[in-house]
Design a protein around this ligand. Structure first.
Ligand SMILES: [Zn+2]
Length: 511
């Protein structure tokens, strides 16, 4: 816990529209804000040498309300497939690694996006069988993996397991979804140490982006050690973590009590890319309407068990029907437990396509939303996968942040890293500049999503998200003011420094 003082700065505490030129933090907390003279005097008394920021902007430390630490760290060690143009290029990249990587290592590719490949399909098991070692390629959204025969056998997956995809003549095509996807990811031979290192690496990258709090979405299966590792070592992390266990454990599991949260990125439905997000109307370019992964009763029981234990609740919902299921259940549980009306902590992840009725219903129930503006910024618009999957009207109605805020919803911003880059400045830019202007929010509202509302989204707003005396001294120093620059250039703003609990933990040019 440190002391720090900034003067000659543009300090935006995100408390109504106030601004100051100076701020002083003592013992990890904001001590006071004021003009340069006031801060110099207060800092002098405390024995702190003020730093002249030459007009740089200071905001509360940024939040990322939904990120996958281990996935992001693992991906960083894999072969990037995201910008591959076609299947031959994917095979070429794998071949390159095959010739240089340690022979015991699996060929691990990451972030493939079939919608961006010329063939509009990923490589098959047969195509990946040219390599004499296991090949494992993870998709960009985390919804499927591709494997060759060697990997499939080494993972010990049964051919009849749910999600093992086959072609018309019953032959495995290498694509593993649903249960098989989760199982495959869980059985990938990462060690506990590698998992820990991967998460730590991601957190260190976050600090460089001015992020001081991450709502970490980890532990998708019972055996995944990520949540246990985070609980054990969270004080060693350079950022604050709000940990969501993305698995349905027994609610009396001691780890749930320690987390104070039940649920997180538990997939009630899937994604647009894999046509598994649940809608009432069919996809425009393929079969079906997507589907719900759990029967209502199971989700109800899980939510009720959390509410009676005063645990916060959350689920992944993207399609209209996924949102509808979650809200039906939240509503029903709250009707059964009116005594929890003022204390229940209900939240949903993504909340991509919600009917107007459900937007209002979520607001009425006080459900807090953790969403990702870069999804539509990077993946939406007329030429996008969203458009071909959903058709024009539905595509344009995706992630309508404007309507969410107008309905009075609390909306926190995040990246879903590694789905989009862990970069809250990009997130602010995306919220201001979505593909359709009717979904846009103002720069001030966008910054709130990653600061004060981000903190509210994790029920931490009593001590984070604003720069007010007594609050945790988490700050980001920027080379420009996101509230006044040309809104189309917000993404170009550079992080000059990051302060966590009064300590300058990242310095990128502060003298
Ligand atoms: Zn999710």
């Amino acid at each position: 816990m440190g002391n720090i003082a900034f003067i000659n700065a543009n300090v935006i505490p995100m408390d109504v529209r106030k601004r100051y030129t100076g701020v002083l933090a003592l013992d990890g907390k904001i001590a006071c804000l004021g003009n340069d003279e006031q801060i110099k005097e207060a800092a002098g008394k405390a024995g702190v040498e003020p730093i002249n920021l030459n007009g740089a902007t200071v905001l509360p430390g940024l939040h990322d309300c939904h990120a996958h630490l281990s996935l992001t760290g693992f991906d960083a060690q894999g072969i990037n497939m995201y910008d591959a143009k076609d299947i031959p290029e994917i095979l070429r990249r794998l071949k390159e690694a095959d010739e240089t990587w340690d022979p015991d290592r699996w060929l691990f590719g990451q972030r493939i996006d079939e919608g961006l490949l010329a063939e509009k399909r990923p490589p098959t098991m047969e195509e990946l069988d040219v390599f004499n070692r296991p090949v494992f390629i993870s998709d960009r959204g985390g919804h499927y993996v591709l494997v060759n025969r060697l990997a499939f056998d080494a993972l010990g997956i049964d051919e009849e397991m749910e999600g093992v995809r086959k072609d018309e003549d019953g032959k495995l095509n290498g694509r593993l979804q649903d249960v098989a996807n989760k199982t495959a990811r869980n059985r990938f031979p990462w060690t506990r140490e590698q998992t820990y290192e991967a998460m730590k690496w991601t957190a260190e990258e976050a600090i460089k982006k001015g992020i001081t709090t991450i709502h970490a979405q980890e532990g998708f299966t019972k055996d995944d050690p990520a949540v246990e590792l985070l609980l054990e070592h969270k004080d060693d992390f350079p950022v604050d973590l709000v940990i969501y266990w993305c698995y349905m454990p027994e609610p009396d599991d001691p780890m749930c009590k320690e987390l104070g949260i039940l649920g997180g990125d538990i997939l009630l439905d899937g994604s647009i890319g894999s046509r598994t997000a649940a809608f009432f109307n069919p996809y425009c370019d393929g079969e079906g309407c997507g589907y719900l992964n759990y029967p209502d009763e199971k989700v109800y029981e899980f939510v009720e068990s959390g509410i009676v234990r005063d645990l916060a609740m959350s689920f992944h919902v993207i399609g209209e029907k996924g949102v509808w299921q979650a809200l039906n259940i939240y509503e029903k549980v709250m009707e059964q437990h009116p005594e929890k009306k003022d204390t229940a902590r209900l939240r949903l992840e993504h909340f991509g396509w919600a009917s107007e009725e459900d937007i209002q219903r979520a607001a009425r129930l006080g459900v807090r939303i953790s969403t990702q503006p870069p999804f539509t910024y990077l993946r939406g618009g007329p030429e996008s996968v969203y458009r071909s999957r959903l058709g024009e009207d539905r595509e344009k109605a995706g992630y309508p942040l404007r309507r969410y805020l107008d309905a009075g919803l609390c909306v926190g911003g995040g990246s879903d890293s590694d789905v989009t880059p862990m970069d809250s400045i990009l997130g602010i830019h995306a919220a201001v500049n979505p593909p359709y202007p009717e979904n846009a929010v103002t720069p001030y509202e966008a910054v709130r999503m990653y600061t004060s509302e981000g903190a509210r989204c994790g029920w931490e707003d009593d001590h984070k998200g604003k720069l007010l005396p007594g609050m945790q001294a988490d700050m980001v120093v920027l080379d420009a003011d996101p509230l006044t620059v040309n809104p189309q250039t917000i993404k170009d703003i550079k992080v000059l420094g990051t302060v966590r609990k009064g300590d300058l933990v990242y310095n990128n040019g502060i003298e």
